[in-house]
Structure formats: C-alpha cells, structure tokens
Design a protein around this ligand. Structure first.
Ligand SMILES: [Zn+2]
Length: 686
C-alpha cells in the first residue's frame, strides 16, 4: 500500500523564489561545483511528439543530407556573393576537395575552397548527424559519413605529424596555430581541431566506430606537443569551443578506459584535460611572463581582454563567447573549480539579465558579431542563429551544474524561437540573422559563411538528451516534449512516458512506471513565465492569467518548489500519473525601462512561443498600436505553417480605428512570403 499523500497546498510567493535564488548564488561562490543533473544517453529516450516529431523527420530525412550536399558544392547559388564566386571558380565550392588536395600532398597552393573554418563545418555536421543517427538509424547516411571520414583520414595521413587543417596547409603551411605571423582567429586551426574532436567522440558514441576518433586523438596528441607552457607555443583557440571538446575527449577515455585498446594511436587523456585548462587559464594572460611566452591579445572580441576568472560580463563575438562559456562550465564541473563556476555565473547573469533578446537571440551588433552593452537591445539587432544556440548549450551546462529551472527556461526560449527561425519549415533554407524587425531578409539556400546549418543540426541532434535529467536519486523533467524515457534511479529502472500538446496546449501528462515500488523525487520544471516571472532578472516582465496546476493521480498536488522545479516526493508504483497544466493564455511582454528602444512597446507570447506580426496578415504593420486591455484569442490552425497557434485581436490603426490583427509564431516568419516585413514589438496604445 502507498502511504497517504501529504502534499500541502503551497502557493509560491515571489519572495520565496527570490530567497532561493539568493541562496543559490551564494552557494555557487563558496562550494565546489559539480555535475548535479546528468542528461540522458540517446539510448534512454525516444521522442514521440506532435510538435517535434514531424520536424525531426524533416531534419533527419532532408536537412542533414541537404547540408552535406551543399558542403560538397551541390547547390544553386541564391545569393550574389555565392553566385559571383561560382562565376569566378567556374564551379561551386566544395569542402571535401580541400581534404582531397591535402591527401594528394598539395601544400601552399594559394587556394582553398570556402572560409578557413570549412573543415570545422564538415566536422560539426558529422557531429550533428551522429547524434541524429543515434536516435534515427539510417544506413545510407552512415555510409555517406564513413566515406567522408575516409577522405578526412587520408588528408591527415599525408602529414607526418598528424596535423590537419586544410586552409593552413593549402595557403600558409608555416603558420600553424597562427604562429609565425599568422592569426588563429582567421585560420581556425584550433577551432577546427575542436570540431574534429567532438565529431570523433559523437560518431564513436553513435556507431561504435573509431576511425574518426583516431584522427581526433592523433591531432590532439600533436597539439599537446606544440601548445602549452614554455617552451611550447602560448596559443589559445582563436574561436571558443575547443575547450569543451578537449574535455569531452578526456571524459570519453576516463569513462571507457578499455576503448584505448581499440585505438591505433596512443591515448593520453590527462593531456586533453590539461589542454582544456591551459586554453581557459591562458586567456587574458598574454603578457610576457618568462621572457619568451608573450603573445598578442585577441582583445574582448575573442574573450582575451583579461583572465577568464576575472571576467564579470560576457563580451565580444557572441558565438565565441557562448561556446567558451559552455566549455568553462563543463570544466568547472569536471575540476570542481570555484573560480570557473563564479565566472560562468557572471557570464550567464549578465547575458540573461541585460543582453538577451525576447526570442533568446544573442549578439546585438553586426560589426564583430558581438554582444552589445547592457540593455542595448535594438529591434534591428544581428542575432546570429549560432549565437543563440551557443547560449542554449551554455544554459544547459549551467543547469547540469546548478539544477535550477531558470537555465532550462532560457534554453526553452531559444529552441522554440531563435533556433527554429534559423531553418525553414521545409528544412533546406536558413537564416544567419534573426532580428526582431524584418524588411526583406530572406532565408538562403547556402551562404558565404554557412556556419548556422551545422549548428542547428548539433542542437536538434542533442535535444532528446536534455528532456530529462537525473542525479541518480531523482528525476528532473526539464522540457515538455512527448517522449518515453528509461532512467536508472537508485539502481532501479524507471520508465516515464510523457504526452503533451505543448507548445500549443499546456497539458502535460507523465506516466511513471518503476520496476518495483520506489521512493524518490520527480522534479518538474515550472517555467518562469507561468508564474509571472518572464525573466529571472526582470529584463522582461509579463502577467499571465492562471497558475500552474499539478496533480498526482488526479488530486491537486501543490508542492514545494525549489530552484524552478516543483518537487514531488512519492513512493512511485506502476500507474502513477502526474498531470501539469500550464497557463497558456497569451500574455503581453514588456521590457525593463532601461531598454531605451522598446520602452513603450509590447510583444505577445503564449507559452514558450513568441509571436510576431507579419505583413502577410497585417498589411499596415508600422501604423499599429496595441491597447494593453485588448482581448487576445488563440486559435490552432492545422493547415497554416504546418500547424500553429495564431493570436488574433483588435489593434488601433493610425486614425484610431480598431482593426483585426493576426500574429504568428516568430519562428514561422518568412515561410509564406520570403522577405515579407514583420515586427515583434508593437507600440503600446492607451
Ligand atoms: Zn552561424
């Protein structure tokens, strides 16, 4: 028999939430960080969801092939820069040709297809594809990737050191890592190496194949002989990311020591951890220390303006910054480094509290693709797809370290808005920039710098792992995505089946099926917006009608809440059901008064979705004012934009006349009429 449930009715007061937050912050500064929330392995979770499954089908059957094909040069240019390049070359650029030329022993030939980071984009696509393969086996795709890996391996084998970066070899072979007058911020030697490492690790985890992992290990071993404390070269990555990748390589061999025997090259995992730490610790330490080890600072653009542990704000190139932050967070957990943990708290608090856009966009400024000053959040901001995805990876790592739902709130904001806007509903056109006001910006088939499609694949590939988490004793429900998960809790198998109409409906049902009756806690994230906390620092504010309601086996279970999770302690048995109902009525969002540009404006949100006004539906866009008391109606339109909720209501035009408006999800903009003007923020009326 189950004990009687003893849940107290507990309405979460704002003061309580603030107290919890304060305690968390203090603890982060004093106690050693560690990994609390462990994401699941791919084998443990399967998505079956009305919203995500059809999209996953498009991404696995079309997008991943599309990106590989375009990397191979199979595309019709739809941008002038790309068309001009094709006219000049007499063909489209081909990332794999670079590997083939290096494999043939070519060096210093003065040409290279695509930007210096083209190798990295190939590796990133392999990483994303590997994760997708782990969930959606596809022998044809695996064969395609195996063939690419053969070509990559051949390129590495042409170099006696095992060095591989096709741009440097083909155009400036004496300037490895940006030494001898080179510049790694441009050459991307280390960045590409990082992407190679993560591709090797992820492809091994997905398929059990070690060929690409061997390439990665061989390159890593060589890097360690060249870069580090004097007399080695003092070089930091010209682009953040490799810190986390080196750590992943270390963690793979630490977790699976027997794997070393399957490798054809020596594995020195402690060196990989040391390399990650060196790259973090040497940032900002560019001065002359022993007479030989000085280097030129990359400045704040590459987060090199001062030592990482002294950085209080998130600065510079937004993709570099967020990927560095992700790596520092991962390393903080691995090495239990309090100073690293403090720094990433500073980064996150600054980013989410003062520099993040309502759609989860990051990086306001086009020049340098960088973060702007605090509260500089113009509607025409740059907001590269990659930067918001980097920020989502960062937030997920922060949640692993601090088990606080606010991190997954911001992760969720990104995946339903700035991430999905980066790719067309058909899965083969992409946005680089995602501003909050549009006038003519169209998704492209391929870009001079096509970094965003591989980054999208990396995130959607990884997504299933983040729906749930576990610390071995308790379950965390982080995301509301229909799925089945098989967790190990207190050494017992626990199955959880989630069904939901999210993000269009607020109903979430979790059926719990433990192998045997077992007492543990299920911690369900209660999104901030559902409790009138649009942003943890009040950068954005909103008011939603209704409150979250949690039921256990049909009875109201108002429970304690800590750090953004409702905690349900229970002795679970087969057939137990948790039901969460979230208030999905549309809400008007306004920004903190310090944000000058959107002071007198509203945005519309419902659930995790941010809505926008597109001229397709609203011809007189610029002339509207929205009355705060206007009534907003949500309607599901199954035929529109592959099935979406729209928000309709009345709005005042210039003459004060009330006219009807229709707002559609931000992520669907430009799918009906590419380039059609839109806006997210609309003037407040009286
Ligand atoms: Zn990008």
């Amino acid at each position: 028999m189950l004990p009687m449930l003893n849940f107290k009715i507990y309405r979460w007061a704002l003061a309580f939430v603030c107290t919890i937050f304060f305690v968390t912050t203090v603890l982060a500064q004093e106690s050693a960080p560690k990994r609390i929330v462990q994401p699941l392995d791919f084998q443990q979770v399967k998505i079956e969801d009305g919203f995500w499954s059809p999209k996953m089908k498009v991404w696995t059957t079309k997008t991943v092939y599309d990106v590989f094909d375009k990397l191979e040069g199979k595309y019709d240019p739809d941008r002038p820069d790309i068309a001009a390049e094709k006219a000049k070359l007499g063909r489209t650029r081909n990332a794999f040709l670079n590997f083939d030329l290096v494999a043939q022993g070519k060096k210093n030939i003065g040409t290279h297809d695509g930007p210096p980071w083209y190798d990295g984009l190939v590796y990133e696509t392999i990483r994303g594809a590997a994760d997708l393969l782990a969930e959606h086996p596809d022998p044809a795709l695996e064969k395609k990737i195996d063939d690419y890996i053969d070509r990559i391996t051949a390129a590495q084998n042409a170099d006696p050191d095992g060095y591989i970066n096709t741009y440097t070899t083909l155009t400036c072979p004496t300037r490895r890592w940006g030494t001898n007058g080179g510049d790694d911020k441009w050459q991307h030697d280390i960045y590409n190496s990082g992407m190679l490492i993560e591709a090797g690790v992820h492809y091994y985890r997905a398929t059990g194949k070690t060929k690409l992992l061997n390439v990665a290990v061989k390159m890593s071993d060589y890097i360690y002989t060249q870069i580090g404390p004097a007399p080695k070269s003092n070089v930091i990555p010209g682009h953040g990311g490799p810190e986390e990748d080196m750590l992943k390589l270390y963690q793979l061999f630490k977790e699976q020591p027997a794997l070393k025997t399957k490798m054809t090259v020596p594995v020195k995992e402690d060196e990989y951890l040391a390399m990650a730490k060196f790259w973090i610790d040497e940032r900002g330490n560019y001065g002359e220390k022993d007479g030989t080890h000085a280097r030129k600072s990359d400045g704040s653009y590459n987060q090199d303006q001062m030592p990482v542990v002294e950085q209080k704000t998130i600065e510079g190139h937004a993709v570099r910054a967020t990927l560095l932050a992700t790596g520092v967070t991962a390393t903080a957990m691995e090495t239990q480094d309090v100073a690293y943990a403090n720094t990433v708290n500073n980064y996150w608090n600054n980013m989410v509290g003062k520099r993040m856009f309502i759609t989860g966009g990051e990086g306001a400024i086009a020049d340098g693709e960088r973060f702007g000053d605090d509260y500089f959040l113009p509607e025409s901001a740059y907001l590269e797809t990659c930067a918001s995805i980097g920020s989502a990876f960062f937030s997920e790592r922060m949640n692993e370290m601090e088990a606080d739902g606010k991190y997954m709130d911001e992760f969720e904001r990104i995946i339903y808005n700035n991430l999905l806007s980066g790719i067309s509903l058909n899965g083969d056109q992409y946005f680089y920039e995602n501003p909050l006001v549009g006038n003519g910006n169209k998704r492209w088939s391929w870009h001079d710098c096509p970094c965003c499609p591989p980054m999208i694949l990396k995130m959607v590939g990884a997504l299933p792992r983040y729906i749930y988490g576990s610390d071995g004793n308790d379950v965390y429900v982080n995301l509301f995505i229909g799925s089945e998960a098989d967790l190990k809790i207190k050494d017992e198998d626990v199955l959880i089946k989630q069904t939901t109409g999210y993000p269009w409906k607020g109903n979430i049902k979790l059926e719990v099926d433990p192998h045997g009756d077992k007492a543990f806690a299920i911690k369900v994230r209660i999104p901030g917006w559902a409790e009138k906390k649009e942003n943890p620092f009040d950068l954005y504010q909103s008011d939603v009608s209704g409150v979250p309601v949690l039921k256990l086996n049909g009875k109201i279970a108002a429970v304690t809440q800590q750090n953004g999770y409702a905690i349900i302690n229970h002795k679970w048995k087969k057939g137990d059901v948790i039901e969460l109902s979230l208030p999905m009525t549309p809400r008007l969002v306004s920004a903190n008064e310090s944000v000058q540009t959107i002071k007198n404006k509203f945005a519309i949100a419902a659930g995790p979705i941010i809505y926008a006004f597109e001229t397709v539906d609203n011809p007189d866009l610029k002339k509207y004012t929205l009355n705060p008391n206007t009534s907003l109606t949500v309607t599901y339109k199954p035929e529109l934009l592959k099935g979406v909720n729209i928000v309709t209501g009345q709005i005042s035009d210039q003459s004060g006349k009330q006219v009807s408006f229709t707002a559609v999800p931000f992520y669907t903009l430009g799918n009906r009429q590419p380039g059609s003007p839109y806006e997210v923020w609309v003037q407040k009326g009286n």
